[in-house]
Design a protein around this ligand. Structure first.
Ligand code: ASP
Length: 348
C-alpha cells in the first residue's frame, strides 16, 4: 500500500507560491494576478453576477485531491453546481480505503474507533456539518442532509448516526484490517499517548475542497477521520464552519488541513475570507492565517497547518506552517499537484 508518509518524504523539495493578486477593495472587482509557478496571467473586472474568467475551477488539499478534483470537475465541466461538485469530489476520498486519514480506511482514535468529522457550505451561506460520526462511510453527504433537511447546522455523535440511518445511509464497519494493524502497532509503541506522533506532517491529510462553478458560485467541503489515534471523543476543526471551511460568495472561500486545535483557536478559514474582503490576495490571506498561529503559539514549529483559498474570480492561494503541504488544482487549462510555500522554509 502506498502510504501518505512515503509519498511526502519523497516529495519535499520544490516550493512555489500559488499566486498573488492585488486589488484595493474587493467590491471594486478589479483583480490582477501575477503569474507564479505556471499560473496564467489574469487581468479582469468581475461585476457581481458575471461569470469570472477563472471559472470553473476546483482546488483540494493534498495529493489525493487530484482524484477528488477529477470527480468534481466532471460536474463543473458540464455547468453543474459547485456544491454538487465538492460533495461528489470528497466522496471519492471518503470511499477510498487506501487513504488513511478520511472516511473508510481512516486510522482510528486511540481506542480503536473510526470517528469522522465533515462540513460543507454553499453559495448562499447555508452550511451543514457532522462531528464524531461513526459507522457511516460518507459523512459529507450526511452533512449535506443536515443542511438541507433539518433546521440545524451540526449534528454530532449518536444523534448524527441516528439521523444518517433515518435518511437511508447504511451503517457499516469503517475500520479496515490495515488501519487496525496500524492502530495495534501504535498502541504497542506509543503507549496510548495521543499527541506524541501527531506533529508529523504525514498525519495531516484531511481533504478540503473548494469549487467555483460556471455561474460564478462558490462552495466548499471538508471531511476527515481527524488526527490519527486522537482521544476518543475528540473533534477537530473539520466540521467547524469558520475554522476548516468558510465560503462567502461575494468574496471567496478558504479551507484548512493540519492540527485542528490551532485552526479552531484562530478561526482560520473565516479569518482568511475576511482578509480577502479587506483586499488581500488569496495567497497573502493564507499567509496571514498562518502568521496568526505563529504569533499565538510558540510551539508552532512542532505542528503542521495548511490553508487553501479561492476568490470569486478564480484566483488560488495557499500557504503552510511546514514544508510538504500540497494542493491539487483543476481548471480548463490545469490539472496538477503543486508544492506550497511554507513558513519554515521562508524564514530559515
Ligand atoms: N484538521 C484535521 C483535524 O484536526 C486533521 C488533518 O488535517 O489531518 O482533525
Amino acid at each position: 500500500m502506498t502510504t501518505r508518509r512515503k509519498f511526502l518524504i519523497g516529495a519535499g523539495a520544490g516550493i512555489a507560491a500559488l499566486g498573488s493578486s492585488r486589488f484595493g477593495n474587493a467590491q471594486d472587482r478589479v483583480r490582477s494576478t501575477t503569474a507564479i509557478a505556471g499560473l496564467q496571467l489574469i487581468d479582469e473586472i468581475v461585476p457581481p453576477g458575471a461569470q469570472p474568467a477563472g471559472a470553473p475551477i476546483v482546488v483540494s488539499t493534498w495529493n489525493h485531491g487530484q482524484a477528488a478534483n477529477e470527480a468534481a470537475w466532471s460536474i463543473l465541466a458540464q455547468g453543474g453546481r459547485a456544491l454538487d461538485a465538492v460533495e461528489t469530489g470528497v466522496r471519492v476520498t471518503e470511499g477510498d480505503p487506501k487513504i488513511t486519514s478520511v472516511g473508510y480506511g481512516g486510522w482510528p482514535d486511540r481506542d480503536g474507533h473510526v470517528t469522522l468529522d465533515s462540513c460543507l457550505m454553499d453559495e448562499h451561506g447555508n452550511a451543514g456539518a457532522v462531528a464524531f460520526l461513526q459507522d457511516i462511510k460518507h459523512p459529507v453527504s450526511v452533512a449535506r442532509a443536515v443542511m438541507e433537511k433539518t433546521p440545524h447546522v451540526m449534528l454530532a455523535g449518536a444523534g448524527a448516526k441516528q439521523f444518517a440511518i433515518e435518511q437511508g445511509f447504511p451503517a457499516e464497519d469503517l475500520l479496515t484490517d490495515g488501519a487496525r494493524r496500524e492502530w495495534e502497532k501504535w498502541r504497542k509503541e506509543k503507549k496510548y499517548i495521543p499527541w506524541s506522533e501527531q506533529s508529523n506532517p504525514a498525519n495531516h491529510d484531511t481533504i478540503s475542497q473548494l469549487a467555483l462553478d460556471r455561474h460564478g458560485n462558490l462552495s466548499g467541503a471538508c471531511t476527515t477521520s481527524g488526527l490519527a489515534f486522537k482521544m476518543h471523543g475528540r473533534v477537530g476543526d473539520s466540521p467547524i464552519i469558520g475554522a476548516a471551511l468558510f465560503v462567502d460568495n461575494d468574496i471567496g472561500a478558504a479551507c484548512a488541513t493540519g492540527v485542528g486545535e490551532e485552526v479552531m483557536k484562530t478561526v482560520g478559514s473565516f479569518l482568511i475570507v475576511e482578509l480577502m474582503r479587506q483586499g488581500l490576495s488569496p495567497n497573502d490571506a493564507c499567509r496571514e492565517g498562518v502568521e496568526r498561529i505563529v504569533s499565538k503559539n510558540p510551539q508552532w514549529r512542532k505542528m503542521q497547518v495548511g490553508y487553501l483559498a479561492l476568490d470569486r474570480a478564480g484566483n488560488v492561494g495557499s500557504y503552510a506552517l511546514q514544508p510538504h503541504f500540497q494542493v491539487a488544482v483543476r481548471d480548463k487549462k490545469t490539472n496538477e499537484l503543486r508544492d506550497v510555500a511554507d513558513r519554515v522554509a521562508e524564514k530559515r
